[in-house]
Design a protein around this ligand. Structure first.
Ligand code: MN
Ligand code: MN
Length: 465
């Protein structure tokens, strides 16, 4: 055996070495990875919109012993409770050994995903067809949302205070919906538009029916027939759309991708692929040294504003409740807290490598991705995590043997984006983005690696335990 040269020894000692995590993933571990991801795929299929995810998450948490928060209870170490914020966001808390003024370990993911929302007055008839007018939610490439099966999820809230749940289009025996597009033969004018302008916002109209109400005269018979069907199924009239939240999402089930089944294709990985690991981790810890909170937030895709988003006092209220319970100051708790803003980052796409700067781009199967800053235009609108906090996270990950990498949201002055990190950082908490790299992010069908999902779950567990 030949001795290693001086250069080889030095290289080993000094160079950074990040490897494809699957190279050192043996069969026993791969089994754990795939088992975990089967649970994740079910979670994705069961929760297609934020309300459904809250419902499923609470179901999972209750099985693990979580109860609704009760201000009259004196909480003690190991107690588990949750706070449901308007059925659209939730926080899960496990009380630690130390009081919260010693700091809290917070994980924060979001459970809203880009989609097509119905307008308040959506229903109309044109050319003997019934359609819905829509207003898209979040950053979508509009052309990707045409000519694919869509399902409708959400609620009608009625004047009598009752709320009717809607979920239609997911099952084989249910009807689904579609946004039409031109045939190539007649698209010559449309094809001259730029890709971003190829389908316009007001062209995202959803086809929902074509059968006229029979044996009568008068206009809008197709619309009338649709309303009659909706009235029979949900007990609603056209006016009830005014107080509805109805969201159109791809009617596509999560599927394994690749001959080797190493990837998952699904709608809504951003950010349920971080929400599920955060939820699983917090439901598995028992008596952490510090109190752990996992937040599943709404509204991230539209800037985190509103009372279910994290640019609100939602987190402050949660921390204040537990601080009050323990007789300590919640502002001290926040200032001593640490947070993983669990969100996805873009993975390098071999077909579109130019948008990345290769030394700092995340790759599939290299593990959880730590993103020091997002933002754009010279790090504007982001929380740039401190060197000290990144050092803490590095040490935690390396000590636990978790595969991880760093990432950026595209090359300088090209890409950019935001997460909940800055809103939490603005409360005085140390925060960094950490999550799963994704291909075709914000598309109706996004792709992640199973290995990266599992390493992100291990990270969440390590951070909370
Ligand atoms: Mn996200
Ligand atoms: Mn997003």
């Amino acid at each position: 055996m030949s001795e290693k040269s001086k250069a080889e020894q030095l290289r080993e000692k000094l160079f950074m070495s990040k490897k494809n995590g699957l190279l050192s993933c043996d069969e026993a571990k791969w089994e754990k990875v795939t088992d975990f991801c089967e649970g994740y795929k079910k979670f994705l299929a069961d929760g297609k919109i934020e309300r459904e995810v809250v419902f499923e998450a609470i179901k999972i948490a209750e099985k693990a012993g979580f109860k609704p928060f009760d201000a009259s209870v004196q909480y003690k170490v190991g107690d588990k409770y949750y706070v449901n914020n308007r059925d659209k966001a939730a926080a899960f808390v496990v009380v630690g050994e130390k009081t919260v003024d010693n700091g809290i370990q917070i994980t924060a993911a979001h459970i809203d995903s880009p989609r097509i929302d119905l307008k308040p007055n959506p229903l109309y008839e044109d050319t003997d067809l019934a359609l819905f007018k829509t207003h898209y939610y979040g950053g979508i490439r509009k052309y990707q949302w045409t000519t694919i099966p869509l399902a409708l999820h959400g609620v009608f809230a009625k004047k009598d205070g009752s709320v009717v749940n809607v979920s239609i289009g997911e099952e084989e025996n249910e009807p689904c919906f579609v946004i039409t597009d031109l045939l190539p033969h007649l698209a010559q004018e449309q094809s001259k538009r730029s890709l971003g302008d190829g389908i316009r916002g007001e062209e995202l109209n959803i086809l929902i029916g074509s059968r006229p109400f029979k044996d009568d005269k008068g206009g809008e018979l197709v619309k009338l027939n649709i309303l009659a069907a909706l009235n029979e199924k949900y007990g609603v009239t056209e006016e009830d759309f005014l107080s509805a939240e109805l969201e159109c999402v791809p009617a596509i089930k999560p599927r394994d991708i690749g001959f080797d089944r190493s990837l998952i294709g699904a709608y809504g990985h951003d950010d349920r692929v971080c929400a599920y690991p955060a939820l699983m981790a917090i439901t598995e810890i028992e008596k952490p040294s510090k109190t752990a909170i996992a937040i599943l937030a709404d509204k991230e895709e539209v800037g985190s504003n509103g009372n279910t988003g994290l640019n609100s006092d939602f987190l402050r209220f949660i921390v204040s409740d537990i601080a009050k319970n323990q007789g300590v100051d919640y502002t001290v708790a926040l200032r001593n807290s640490k947070c993983l803003s669990a969100d996805v980052n873009a993975a390098m796409d071999p077909t579109f490598k130019d948008v990345m700067e290769h030394k700092n781009a995340a790759k599939l199967n290299y593990g959880a991705v730590v993103t020091k800053y997002t933002g754009s235009g010279g790090k504007s609108n982001t929380s740039d995590a401190s060197a000290e906090f990144i050092a803490y996270v590095r040490a935690m990950l390396d000590n636990a043997g978790i595969a991880w990498q760093t990432g950026e949201l595209g090359r300088v002055d090209l890409g950019g984006g935001g997460t909940v990190a800055m809103y939490i950082a603005n409360m005085g908490v140390d925060v960094v983005d950490l999550g799963v790299p994704v291909l075709c992010m914000h598309a109706p069908f996004e792709v992640v690696s199973k290995f990266d999902v599992y390493e992100t779950y291990r990270t969440m567990y390590e951070f909370c335990k």
